[in-house]
Design a protein around this ligand. Structure first.
Ligand code: CP
Length: 320
């Protein structure tokens, strides 16, 4: 079930919601499909339905650590009347006896109605979707993609700025290894945005993604100073250095994070909001938390509504 929407699935049919099968990469979604998911998430937040996943079982298969993604998927499922099974590392699974990811996913897809997978290997979610007899959602595969986080980010940007076009967005921190950033950059190509890329040299956005931005006609520039870009942007998106993705003796490990402190926001535009997929390590001083610009905890709370929308869409075709 690797295809996100079945071939020849018209937008009107998507609106009816009966074509969605897997969520593996943000690149697989059209603008109309993303807009439809965000509309459903808004409905989830406003109407708080309770029984859309009755008698459904969601398998949360987390081969890598997670707080927000796993627990928001669980919360989303439980609040919609569904049930959850799963694991939080492969330590207690038969992977430890030598079972392959292929066989593990094939078996679980006979137990559950939908599989959510996080894995350290890029492409693991795509493989899972190819093997599974049930829908699969990618909850992060290595440094590659984190599509549900990006849908949460888009939902949150729309909520706090009332639009997704005509925005200036600064992406700050580890732009090389951050899967959240990679998915978000790809989503930005569908909108009229201007990007400010603020990263240490060894953690710059991969060249292939810069080329893709150019081809998509997205304006972007490189910066080494957070203070320089803050007065120019509507969204300041902070990203931690992804220590788990590189060798500790590499150049990347020598880079220092950009740290946002309250006084840096003095010259911010009135509408500026600070986002962060979290977990935060040092990139945002806790003093920023109480400032009006801080919106990262609202962002993580929105994860439940967006994931409710996705589960409901994949299993029921949307909201009845
Ligand atoms: N944003 C995010 O993916 O957080 P977790 O790693 O805690 O799931």
């Amino acid at each position: 079930m690797a295809t996100i929407y079945r071939e020849a699935c018209a937008p009107s049919a998507i609106a009816a919601g009966d074509c969605l099968s897997d969520i593996i990469s943000i690149k697989d979604l059209t603008l109309e499909q993303i807009q439809h998911i965000l509309q459903l998430a808004t409905k989830m937040k406003q109407e708080r339905p309770t029984d859309l996943l009755k008698n459904k079982i969601i398998a949360n298969c987390f081969f890598e650590p997670s707080t927000r993604t796993r627990l928001s998927f669980e919360t989303a499922t439980l609040k919609l009347g569904g049930n959850v099974i799963g694991f939080t590392s492969d330590d207690a699974t038969s992977i430890k006896k030598g079972e392959t990811l292929h066989d593990t996913i094939r078996v679980i897809s006979d137990y559950a109605d939908l599989i959510v997978i996080r894995h350290s290997h890029e492409g693991a979610a795509r493989l899972a979707a190819d093997v599974s007899t049930r829908p699969v959602i990618n909850a992060g595969d290595g440094a590659n993609q984190h599509p549900t986080q990006t849908l949460v980010d888009l939902f949150t940007i729309q909520e706090c700025q009332q639009r997704l076009d005509n925005l200036s967005i600064a992406l700050v921190g580890d732009l090389k290894y951050g899967r959240t950033i990679h998915s978000l950059v790809q989503a930005c190509m569908l909108f009229d945005v201007r990007l400010f890329l603020v990263a240490p040299p060894a953690l710059a956005l991969p060249e292939s993604m810069c080329d893709a931005l150019k081809n998509a006609g997205i304006r972007f520039s490189f910066h080494q100073s957070l203070e320089e870009v803050i007065p120019k942007v509507d969204i300041l998106y902070m990203q931690r250095i992804q220590q788990e993705r590189f060798q500790q003796n590499s150049q990347a490990a020598m880079e220092k994070p950009f740290i946002l402190t309250p006084n840096m926001l003095d010259k911010a535009k009135p509408n500026l909001k600070v986002l962060h997929a979290l977990p935060r390590v040092k990139e945002i001083d806790v003093g920023v938390d109480s400032m009006p610009q801080a919106y990262y905890f609202e962002q993580s709370a929105n994860g439940v509504f967006v994931r409710q929308a996705l589960l409901s869409l994949l299993l029921n075709g949307g909201v009845a």
